[in-house]
Design a protein around this ligand. Structure first.
Ligand SMILES: C[S@@+](CC[C@H](N)C(=O)[O-])C[C@H]1O[C@@H](n2cnc3c(N)ncnc32)[C@H](O)[C@@H]1O
Length: 318
């Protein structure tokens, strides 16, 4: 199996982030978030998966800080701020340093609007768009997905062709700026789950979803792969878009195929043309076959679907 491609690289001096995780009872929301916001650069929240018969529902709350905090000082501030909310602070706060994510790049869409299939990508709200186009206003900021990268463009082109299938539930795994999720929501007027494991991408995607007026259709979640119960509950998806990298896509083959509807389509990108065979083989083993390949040298994208109505997801015997 080939290693991950060298490009696209993130900005060379992208700062590391520091994460402090707390557990909070459901009843503390949303007051808890309001009180935490001034203390961190970003705050993200996961619903914890617990056996509800044994344990009350609670949330994992992550505080993201650009500067490494002093654990004792931060703990004292948290104790002061969170009084009365039922949050039990650990004796000593753990501060975890997160490595910079090379996939994130600061590239942002500049210059005139760009047309990809029917999608018209703009860096600003802009005036009226030609009637046959679907305007998308993207500000990628620190998240990947301004629409300038060949893999994003290949996914948009594949999506443009798949709209005729009228997908009702779409998953965008590795949503970055949210560009594919927004495009799907606008083109298909369907429900979309957009997922990223980077809290900055999640924040940027939410902003872009709001900017494009599709917040009622797109749910943006912080998750690693399909590691959130909400995603498994939302399945099956008629269309899954995943522009990540060859290695995670290969690893995710059984899980991604398992959430795909029997007649669903999977659009994969983020790998080099020399990695296509390995990616395709991993999905063939779980019952999917190639329906189309889009080449954007040195990058490639694949459109996959189920073989002959077989329920996807289980590895085939050799
Ligand atoms: C190449 S960007 C794609 C962004 C956007 N979908 C596009 O097509 O332009 C890949 C994104 O996947 C995210 N990612 C990588 N591995 C992931 C995983 N295991 N689970 C969720 N997101 C992941 C990265 O944080 C990054 O934002």
């Amino acid at each position: 199996m080939s290693g991950p491609p060298a490009a696209p690289a993130g900005p060379p001096d992208r700062p590391r982030l520091h994460r402090v995780r707390l557990v909070a009872p459901t009843a503390s929301m949303p007051t808890l978030l309001e009180r935490l916001e001034p203390l961190a650069d970003a705050v993200s929240v996961f619903e914890r998966e617990v056996d509800e018969a044994l344990e009350p529902l609670s949330f994992e709350v992550d505080l993201w800080l650009a500067e490494r905090p002093d654990p004792d000082t931060l703990r004292a501030r948290l104790a002061e701020c969170l009084g009365g909310l039922g949050v039990v602070l650990p004796e000593r706060l753990e501060v975890e340093e997160q490595p910079p994510e090379t996939w994130l790049e600061a590239a942002s869409l500049r210059g005139p609007p760009q047309r990809i299939g029917r999608f018209l990508l703009r860096a600003e709200p802009g005036g009226p768009a030609p009637p046959e186009t679907i305007p998308i206003w993207m500000e990628a900021g620190l998240a990947f997905g301004s629409g300038e990268h060949a893999t994003t463009r290949a996914c948009l082109q594949a999506l443009d062709r798949l709209v005729v299938r009228r997908p009702r539930r779409v998953l965008d795994l590795g949503c970055g700026s949210g560009i594919l999720a927004i495009a799907a929501a606008k083109a298909c007027r369907c429900r979309v789950w957009a997922v990223d494991n980077d809290p900055i991408a999640v924040r940027v995607a939410r902003e872009n979803v709001g900017r494009n007026g599709v917040a009622d259709r797109v749910r943006v979640l912080l998750a690693d792969g399909l590691g959130r119960g909400a995603l498994r509950r939302a399945a099956p998806f008629d269309l899954v878009l995943a522009n990540i990298l060859a290695d995670p896509l290969i690893e995710l083959a059984p899980a991604l195929t398992g959430v795909l509807a029997p007649t669903g389509r999977l659009v994969l990108s983020g790998f080099l043309d020399r990695q296509v065979a390995a990616v395709e083989a991993a999905y063939r083993r779980v019952g999917l076959r190639r329906l189309a390949r889009l080449d954007r040298p040195p990058w490639a994208a694949l459109v996959l679907g189920c073989c002959g109505g077989r329920r996807p997801g289980r590895p085939r015997r050799a």
